[in-house]
Design a protein around this ligand. Structure first.
Ligand code: NAD
Length: 276
């Protein structure tokens, strides 16, 4: 046998390089999880920064994960750009169809959302800054007053001309009754979901709440975000600059991993409950 090609234990059969790598990964994960648990246990003012990845296990695809909407269809990005939406009626027609069959209408919160509710009951969660538009945090039982929806909500519409806001359901009823691109009932302007598209400014007050929360926490817990969308992602750096520890729980690498005190890559529905 070639030296070094294989190794054997006394009584458990062959140990392959893949198994060794697996064992080392498990040891690394255990050490990292211990570090992460210590961070959570030692914190008194935790702010969670959540992204689309916390809802994938509820059946809502993210944008940039392995099964993400854009990973599978890069052209879909156009649907989420304000300029395309305003200038191209066909983009609006397709957007209304997407909204009508969006997975969030039937999705249920998963154990990761529930873990944040537990943390809140424990008195240590100061806020959830979410980039999500699916309201699953509130549905899981998080105090709506603690949820900062940086990118708005898909459950309301807004008129781009007069800012009239209504329940999304009301407008989808019009779509289902045959209006392919329903206009504002007050002024005839273009209607859109009350979400932030690329190229659209965030609500200044909501962003300020996010900044205040980020700058006053002692632990910034990132859950399920690629941290590539700004200004949301920048709040993690602001928390770190203000002295908070950063804990990143995300399946793939983020630009903020290097400043994190711990990084967990496993599925959030397992990792967040394991942190408590
Ligand atoms: P993103 O798609 O850029 O990144 C999601 C990240 O989550 C990826 O890095 C992926 O590896 C990770 N991930 C996916 N499933 C995971 C799991 N089960 N466990 C651990 N990690 C997991 O999403 P983003 O950073 O939130 O930014 C994209 C934008 O998309 C946001 O502005 C958001 O408004 C919008 N969005 C929201 C929803 C939603 O509301 N559920 C869904 C899609 C997109």
């Amino acid at each position: 046998m070639r030296a070094g090609a294989r190794c054997f234990t006394h009584d458990r059969g062959r140990v392959t390089a893949a198994k060794v790598r697996g064992m080392m990964k498990a040891m690394h994960t255990t050490a990292e999880l211990t570090r992460a648990r210590d961070l959570v246990a030692g914190a008194t003012r935790i702010v969670a920064m959540t992204g689309a990845g916390i809802s994938t296990e509820s059946g809502i695809p993210d944008f940039r994960g392995p099964n993400g909407v854009w990973t599978n269809n890069p052209a879909a990005q156009r649907m989420f750009t304000l300029q395309s939406y305003v200038s191209d009626p066909e983009v609006r027609v397709q957007s209304w169809q997407l909204r009508s069959r969006h997975a969030a209408w039937s999705a249920e919160p998963n154990p990761a959302h529930h873990a944040l509710v537990e943390l809140e009951r424990d008195g240590r969660l100061a806020a959830i800054i979410t980039q999500n538009i699916d309201r699953l945090h509130q549905r899981a039982g998080s105090d709506p007053g603690l949820v900062i929806e940086l990118h708005g909500t898909m459950f309301e519409t807004v008129c781009l001309s007069c800012a009239d806001r209504r329940e999304m359901r009301e407008t989808l009823d019009r779509v289902e009754a045959g209006e392919a691109d329903p206009a504002c009932l007050d002024c005839g302007g273009i209607l859109k979901s009350a979400t932030i598209s690329f190229g659209q400014a965030l609500n200044a007050d909501v962003l300020q709440r996010g900044r205040d929360a980020a700058r006053s926490c002692d632990l910034m817990l990132v859950a399920g975000s690629s941290l590539t969308v700004h200004p949301a992602a920048g709040l993690v750096g602001q928390a770190a600059d203000a002295g908070a520890d950063v804990l990143v729980c995300n399946a793939s690498a983020t630009p903020y991993d290097d400043l994190a005190a711990a990084v967990l890559r496993e599925p959030l529905s397992e990792m967040l409950p394991a942190l408590l």
